[in-house]
Design a protein around this ligand. Structure first.
Ligand code: UT7
Length: 328
Protein backbone atom coordinates (compact mmCIF):
# COMPACT_ATOMS: atom_id res chain seq x y z
CA UNK A 1 0.00 0.00 0.00
CA UNK A 2 1.30 3.50 -0.87
CA UNK A 3 1.22 5.93 2.02
CA UNK A 4 -0.17 9.26 0.88
CA UNK A 5 1.82 12.24 2.13
CA UNK A 6 1.70 15.94 1.31
CA UNK A 7 4.74 17.44 -0.33
CA UNK A 8 6.04 20.31 -2.42
CA UNK A 9 6.01 19.01 -6.00
CA UNK A 10 6.91 22.21 -7.90
CA UNK A 11 8.29 25.69 -7.35
CA UNK A 12 8.29 28.87 -9.40
CA UNK A 13 9.11 32.54 -9.13
CA UNK A 14 8.74 35.75 -11.03
CA UNK A 15 10.64 39.01 -10.82
CA UNK A 16 9.67 42.08 -12.84
CA UNK A 17 12.24 43.25 -15.39
CA UNK A 18 12.87 46.78 -14.22
CA UNK A 19 15.89 47.13 -11.94
CA UNK A 20 16.20 50.07 -9.52
CA UNK A 21 19.73 50.40 -8.13
CA UNK A 22 20.93 52.23 -5.04
CA UNK A 23 22.50 54.75 -7.41
CA UNK A 24 19.08 55.41 -8.95
CA UNK A 25 17.72 56.00 -5.43
CA UNK A 26 20.52 58.51 -4.72
CA UNK A 27 18.86 60.71 -7.35
CA UNK A 28 15.42 60.38 -5.72
CA UNK A 29 15.98 60.84 -1.95
CA UNK A 30 18.79 61.91 0.41
CA UNK A 31 20.58 58.56 0.61
CA UNK A 32 23.70 56.81 -0.66
CA UNK A 33 24.66 53.44 -2.06
CA UNK A 34 27.09 53.12 0.85
CA UNK A 35 24.40 53.70 3.52
CA UNK A 36 21.94 51.29 1.93
CA UNK A 37 24.55 48.57 1.39
CA UNK A 38 26.06 48.85 4.87
CA UNK A 39 22.73 49.06 6.69
CA UNK A 40 20.72 46.53 4.67
CA UNK A 41 22.90 44.56 2.23
CA UNK A 42 20.66 45.67 -0.66
CA UNK A 43 22.24 46.71 -3.97
CA UNK A 44 19.19 46.72 -6.22
CA UNK A 45 15.54 45.69 -6.36
CA UNK A 46 12.96 44.93 -9.07
CA UNK A 47 9.90 47.07 -9.75
CA UNK A 48 6.65 46.03 -11.40
CA UNK A 49 5.80 47.68 -14.71
CA UNK A 50 2.56 49.66 -15.02
CA UNK A 51 -0.23 47.09 -15.36
CA UNK A 52 1.61 44.36 -13.48
CA UNK A 53 -0.41 43.32 -10.43
CA UNK A 54 -0.25 40.87 -7.54
CA UNK A 55 -2.34 38.38 -9.55
CA UNK A 56 -0.42 38.79 -12.82
CA UNK A 57 2.92 38.28 -11.07
CA UNK A 58 1.41 35.37 -9.12
CA UNK A 59 0.38 33.76 -12.41
CA UNK A 60 3.91 34.17 -13.79
CA UNK A 61 5.32 32.46 -10.68
CA UNK A 62 2.65 29.75 -10.63
CA UNK A 63 2.94 28.52 -14.23
CA UNK A 64 6.48 27.10 -13.82
CA UNK A 65 5.53 25.65 -10.40
CA UNK A 66 2.55 23.84 -11.93
CA UNK A 67 4.64 22.63 -14.88
CA UNK A 68 7.32 21.25 -12.55
CA UNK A 69 4.66 19.51 -10.47
CA UNK A 70 2.96 18.08 -13.55
CA UNK A 71 -0.34 19.51 -12.31
CA UNK A 72 -2.79 21.11 -14.75
CA UNK A 73 -4.45 24.28 -13.44
CA UNK A 74 -7.86 22.51 -13.65
CA UNK A 75 -6.58 19.93 -11.15
CA UNK A 76 -6.11 22.56 -8.42
CA UNK A 77 -8.71 22.42 -5.69
CA UNK A 78 -7.17 25.05 -3.43
CA UNK A 79 -5.44 28.39 -4.14
CA UNK A 80 -4.08 30.47 -1.26
CA UNK A 81 -2.36 33.77 -1.96
CA UNK A 82 -0.41 35.70 0.66
CA UNK A 83 -0.39 39.41 -0.15
CA UNK A 84 -1.16 42.84 1.27
CA UNK A 85 -0.94 44.46 -2.15
CA UNK A 86 -3.83 42.62 -3.82
CA UNK A 87 -5.00 43.92 -7.20
CA UNK A 88 -8.05 45.49 -5.53
CA UNK A 89 -9.89 45.21 -2.16
CA UNK A 90 -12.60 42.97 -3.64
CA UNK A 91 -12.48 40.22 -4.92
CA UNK A 92 -9.53 38.34 -3.50
CA UNK A 93 -6.45 38.34 -5.73
CA UNK A 94 -6.52 34.53 -5.41
CA UNK A 95 -9.78 34.54 -7.43
CA UNK A 96 -8.19 36.76 -10.07
CA UNK A 97 -5.23 34.36 -10.17
CA UNK A 98 -7.64 31.44 -10.52
CA UNK A 99 -9.32 33.12 -13.51
CA UNK A 100 -5.94 33.82 -15.12
CA UNK A 101 -5.02 30.13 -14.75
CA UNK A 102 -8.34 28.97 -16.17
CA UNK A 103 -9.47 27.04 -13.10
CA UNK A 104 -13.19 27.22 -12.30
CA UNK A 105 -13.69 25.21 -9.12
CA UNK A 106 -10.87 25.59 -6.56
CA UNK A 107 -11.44 27.22 -3.18
CA UNK A 108 -9.59 30.54 -3.33
CA UNK A 109 -8.66 33.12 -0.73
CA UNK A 110 -6.02 35.66 0.20
CA UNK A 111 -4.32 35.87 3.53
CA UNK A 112 -2.81 38.98 5.06
CA UNK A 113 0.24 38.10 7.12
CA UNK A 114 2.72 40.54 5.53
CA UNK A 115 6.22 39.04 5.28
CA UNK A 116 4.93 35.78 6.77
CA UNK A 117 2.32 35.45 4.01
CA UNK A 118 3.96 32.48 2.35
CA UNK A 119 4.66 30.40 5.45
CA UNK A 120 1.19 31.15 6.86
CA UNK A 121 -0.33 30.09 3.50
CA UNK A 122 1.81 26.94 3.44
CA UNK A 123 0.63 25.96 6.93
CA UNK A 124 -3.02 26.59 6.01
CA UNK A 125 -2.73 24.71 2.73
CA UNK A 126 -1.03 21.70 4.26
CA UNK A 127 -3.43 21.46 7.18
CA UNK A 128 -6.48 21.80 4.91
CA UNK A 129 -5.08 19.04 2.72
CA UNK A 130 -4.51 16.83 5.75
CA UNK A 131 -8.24 17.14 6.35
CA UNK A 132 -8.61 14.96 3.27
CA UNK A 133 -10.69 17.12 0.93
CA UNK A 134 -7.97 18.64 -1.25
CA UNK A 135 -5.40 16.95 -3.51
CA UNK A 136 -3.55 19.80 -5.22
CA UNK A 137 -2.98 23.22 -3.73
CA UNK A 138 -1.26 26.29 -5.13
CA UNK A 139 0.46 28.32 -2.43
CA UNK A 140 1.64 31.73 -3.59
CA UNK A 141 2.96 34.99 -2.21
CA UNK A 142 2.97 38.00 -4.51
CA UNK A 143 3.70 41.60 -3.58
CA UNK A 144 3.72 44.84 -5.53
CA UNK A 145 5.29 46.83 -2.72
CA UNK A 146 6.20 49.64 -5.10
CA UNK A 147 2.55 50.73 -5.08
CA UNK A 148 2.49 51.23 -1.29
CA UNK A 149 6.01 52.71 -1.08
CA UNK A 150 6.43 56.40 -0.38
CA UNK A 151 9.16 57.32 -2.83
CA UNK A 152 9.82 60.49 -0.78
CA UNK A 153 10.54 58.56 2.45
CA UNK A 154 14.16 57.45 2.60
CA UNK A 155 13.46 55.38 5.73
CA UNK A 156 11.41 52.90 3.71
CA UNK A 157 11.77 53.42 -0.06
CA UNK A 158 15.30 52.01 -0.16
CA UNK A 159 14.15 48.71 1.34
CA UNK A 160 11.41 47.26 -0.83
CA UNK A 161 11.07 45.39 -4.11
CA UNK A 162 8.39 43.56 -6.09
CA UNK A 163 8.18 39.81 -6.79
CA UNK A 164 6.21 36.59 -6.53
CA UNK A 165 6.94 32.99 -5.59
CA UNK A 166 4.80 29.85 -5.69
CA UNK A 167 4.80 26.19 -4.74
CA UNK A 168 2.42 23.37 -5.59
CA UNK A 169 1.45 21.05 -2.74
CA UNK A 170 0.28 17.63 -3.86
CA UNK A 171 -1.05 14.61 -2.10
CA UNK A 172 0.70 11.41 -3.11
CA UNK A 173 3.87 9.48 -2.64
CA UNK A 174 6.33 12.09 -4.00
CA UNK A 175 7.21 15.65 -3.19
CA UNK A 176 9.42 17.37 -0.67
CA UNK A 177 7.90 16.85 2.75
CA UNK A 178 6.97 19.63 5.13
CA UNK A 179 8.19 18.23 8.43
CA UNK A 180 6.60 20.88 10.61
CA UNK A 181 5.52 24.53 10.66
CA UNK A 182 5.00 27.10 13.38
CA UNK A 183 3.10 30.39 12.99
CA UNK A 184 2.24 33.09 15.51
CA UNK A 185 1.64 36.82 15.99
CA UNK A 186 1.37 39.61 18.55
CA UNK A 187 -0.97 42.44 17.56
CA UNK A 188 0.30 44.60 20.38
CA UNK A 189 3.07 45.68 18.01
CA UNK A 190 0.71 46.45 15.12
CA UNK A 191 1.65 50.12 14.90
CA UNK A 192 5.36 49.47 14.26
CA UNK A 193 4.82 48.45 10.64
CA UNK A 194 1.65 49.57 8.91
CA UNK A 195 -0.28 51.10 6.05
CA UNK A 196 -2.57 53.46 7.95
CA UNK A 197 -5.16 54.27 5.28
CA UNK A 198 -7.29 52.43 2.79
CA UNK A 199 -9.29 50.29 5.22
CA UNK A 200 -12.32 50.88 7.43
CA UNK A 201 -10.38 52.86 10.04
CA UNK A 202 -9.07 55.49 7.65
CA UNK A 203 -10.89 55.34 4.30
CA UNK A 204 -9.13 57.09 1.45
CA UNK A 205 -9.99 60.78 1.13
CA UNK A 206 -8.15 63.64 -0.54
CA UNK A 207 -6.84 64.76 2.89
CA UNK A 208 -5.57 61.25 3.64
CA UNK A 209 -3.70 61.20 0.34
CA UNK A 210 -2.23 64.65 1.06
CA UNK A 211 -0.93 63.27 4.37
CA UNK A 212 0.53 60.30 2.42
CA UNK A 213 -1.09 57.80 4.78
CA UNK A 214 -1.66 55.30 1.97
CA UNK A 215 2.00 54.27 2.20
CA UNK A 216 3.98 51.84 4.37
CA UNK A 217 5.45 53.31 7.55
CA UNK A 218 7.87 51.46 9.77
CA UNK A 219 9.74 52.06 13.02
CA UNK A 220 12.74 50.27 11.58
CA UNK A 221 14.90 50.13 14.64
CA UNK A 222 12.24 48.57 16.89
CA UNK A 223 11.21 46.16 14.16
CA UNK A 224 14.86 45.17 13.67
CA UNK A 225 15.28 43.99 17.26
CA UNK A 226 11.97 42.12 17.31
CA UNK A 227 12.80 40.55 13.93
CA UNK A 228 16.00 38.99 15.24
CA UNK A 229 14.51 37.66 18.48
CA UNK A 230 11.28 36.32 17.02
CA UNK A 231 12.88 34.70 13.95
CA UNK A 232 15.42 32.92 16.14
CA UNK A 233 12.64 31.86 18.54
CA UNK A 234 10.42 30.61 15.70
CA UNK A 235 13.30 28.65 14.19
CA UNK A 236 14.05 26.97 17.54
CA UNK A 237 10.37 26.22 18.07
CA UNK A 238 9.86 24.48 14.72
CA UNK A 239 13.09 22.50 15.14
CA UNK A 240 11.87 21.34 18.56
CA UNK A 241 8.44 20.44 17.16
CA UNK A 242 10.09 18.35 14.44
CA UNK A 243 12.62 16.80 16.80
CA UNK A 244 15.58 18.32 14.92
CA UNK A 245 18.53 20.57 15.75
CA UNK A 246 20.04 23.64 14.10
CA UNK A 247 23.17 21.58 13.43
CA UNK A 248 21.19 19.38 11.04
CA UNK A 249 19.95 22.31 8.94
CA UNK A 250 21.46 22.35 5.44
CA UNK A 251 19.98 25.72 4.43
CA UNK A 252 18.57 28.53 6.50
CA UNK A 253 16.24 30.50 4.22
CA UNK A 254 15.27 33.61 6.15
CA UNK A 255 12.91 36.41 5.15
CA UNK A 256 15.13 38.82 3.24
CA UNK A 257 14.55 42.15 4.99
CA UNK A 258 18.09 43.02 5.98
CA UNK A 259 21.42 41.21 5.75
CA UNK A 260 22.31 42.23 9.31
CA UNK A 261 19.09 40.66 10.62
CA UNK A 262 19.79 37.41 8.75
CA UNK A 263 23.36 37.24 10.06
CA UNK A 264 22.19 37.89 13.62
CA UNK A 265 19.56 35.13 13.38
CA UNK A 266 22.11 32.68 11.96
CA UNK A 267 24.57 33.58 14.73
CA UNK A 268 21.93 33.09 17.40
CA UNK A 269 21.14 29.63 15.95
CA UNK A 270 24.86 28.86 15.45
CA UNK A 271 24.27 28.20 11.76
CA UNK A 272 27.36 29.15 9.70
CA UNK A 273 26.83 32.05 7.28
CA UNK A 274 27.68 29.90 4.24
CA UNK A 275 24.53 27.89 4.98
CA UNK A 276 22.29 30.99 4.88
CA UNK A 277 20.62 31.64 1.52
CA UNK A 278 20.79 35.31 0.59
CA UNK A 279 19.33 37.24 -2.34
CA UNK A 280 18.39 40.49 -0.58
CA UNK A 281 21.29 42.17 -2.44
CA UNK A 282 19.48 41.58 -5.75
CA UNK A 283 15.80 41.88 -4.87
CA UNK A 284 15.43 43.83 -1.60
CA UNK A 285 12.58 43.09 0.78
CA UNK A 286 9.64 41.65 -1.19
CA UNK A 287 7.61 40.98 1.97
CA UNK A 288 5.89 37.57 1.81
CA UNK A 289 7.43 36.81 -1.58
CA UNK A 290 11.03 36.65 -0.36
CA UNK A 291 10.84 33.12 1.08
CA UNK A 292 9.14 31.38 -1.90
CA UNK A 293 11.30 33.31 -4.39
CA UNK A 294 14.36 32.13 -2.46
CA UNK A 295 13.11 28.54 -2.32
CA UNK A 296 12.26 28.46 -6.03
CA UNK A 297 15.56 30.10 -6.97
CA UNK A 298 17.47 27.51 -4.93
CA UNK A 299 15.43 24.74 -6.54
CA UNK A 300 15.82 25.97 -10.12
CA UNK A 301 19.54 26.73 -9.74
CA UNK A 302 20.32 23.26 -8.38
CA UNK A 303 21.32 24.55 -4.94
CA UNK A 304 18.97 22.13 -3.19
CA UNK A 305 19.97 18.46 -3.12
CA UNK A 306 17.81 15.48 -2.17
CA UNK A 307 17.80 15.05 1.61
CA UNK A 308 18.70 18.69 2.36
CA UNK A 309 16.96 20.11 5.43
CA UNK A 310 15.63 23.60 4.65
CA UNK A 311 14.60 25.90 7.49
CA UNK A 312 12.43 28.78 6.30
CA UNK A 313 11.80 31.55 8.79
CA UNK A 314 10.03 34.88 8.49
CA UNK A 315 8.86 37.90 10.41
CA UNK A 316 6.72 40.88 9.49
CA UNK A 317 3.94 43.38 10.04
CA UNK A 318 1.31 42.33 12.53
CA UNK A 319 3.65 41.54 14.08
CA UNK A 320 3.68 38.04 12.64
CA UNK A 321 6.31 35.32 12.81
CA UNK A 322 6.65 31.89 11.25
CA UNK A 323 9.01 29.01 10.49
CA UNK A 324 8.75 25.85 8.44
CA UNK A 325 11.05 22.88 8.04
CA UNK A 326 11.16 21.02 4.71
CA UNK A 327 13.06 17.84 3.78
CA UNK A 328 14.16 18.24 0.15
O1 UT7 B 1 10.04 42.93 6.35
C1 UT7 B 1 9.42 43.23 7.56
C2 UT7 B 1 10.35 43.40 8.63
N1 UT7 B 1 11.18 44.55 8.40
C3 UT7 B 1 12.36 44.56 8.89
O2 UT7 B 1 12.76 43.60 9.49
C4 UT7 B 1 13.17 45.83 8.78
C5 UT7 B 1 13.84 46.09 10.10
N2 UT7 B 1 14.63 47.31 10.16
C6 UT7 B 1 15.75 47.53 9.46
O3 UT7 B 1 16.13 46.75 8.60
C7 UT7 B 1 16.57 48.73 9.82
O4 UT7 B 1 16.08 49.29 11.02
C8 UT7 B 1 16.59 49.83 8.72
C9 UT7 B 1 17.42 49.37 7.54
C10 UT7 B 1 15.17 50.15 8.29
C11 UT7 B 1 17.25 51.11 9.26
O5 UT7 B 1 18.55 50.81 9.73
P1 UT7 B 1 18.99 51.31 11.19
O6 UT7 B 1 20.37 50.89 11.36
O7 UT7 B 1 17.97 50.78 12.16
O8 UT7 B 1 18.91 52.87 11.03
P2 UT7 B 1 18.03 53.92 11.85
O9 UT7 B 1 16.60 53.80 11.47
O10 UT7 B 1 18.39 53.84 13.29
O11 UT7 B 1 18.60 55.26 11.27
C12 UT7 B 1 19.96 55.65 11.46
C13 UT7 B 1 20.18 56.96 10.72
C14 UT7 B 1 19.13 58.02 11.03
O12 UT7 B 1 19.78 59.26 11.08
P3 UT7 B 1 20.07 59.99 12.51
O13 UT7 B 1 18.72 60.14 13.14
O14 UT7 B 1 20.96 59.02 13.24
O15 UT7 B 1 20.73 61.25 12.12
C15 UT7 B 1 18.25 57.99 9.80
O16 UT7 B 1 17.61 59.22 9.56
O17 UT7 B 1 20.15 56.75 9.32
C16 UT7 B 1 19.23 57.67 8.71
N3 UT7 B 1 18.64 57.06 7.55
C17 UT7 B 1 19.18 57.11 6.32
N4 UT7 B 1 20.30 57.68 5.87
C18 UT7 B 1 20.59 57.52 4.57
C19 UT7 B 1 17.48 56.33 7.48
N5 UT7 B 1 17.28 55.92 6.22
C20 UT7 B 1 18.31 56.39 5.49
C21 UT7 B 1 18.67 56.27 4.14
N6 UT7 B 1 19.80 56.86 3.71
N7 UT7 B 1 17.91 55.60 3.26
Amino acid sequence: MTVETIGITGTGYYLPERVLTNFDLEKMVDTSDQWILERTGIRQRRLAAPGETASSMAEAASRPALAAAGVDPEQLDLIILGTFTADQPLPAAACLLQARLGNHTAACFDISAACCGFIYALELGEKLMLGGRYRNALIVASEVLSCVTDWQDRNTCVLFGDGAGAVVLSKGAGGHRILDTYIGADGEYASLLKVEAGGSAVPITREVLDRREQYVRMEGNKVFKLAVSSMARSARRVLKQAGGTAGEVTWLLPHQANLRIMKAVAKSLKIPEERVYINVDRYGNMSGATVPVGLAEMDHNGVLKPGDLVLMVAFGGGLTWSASLVRW
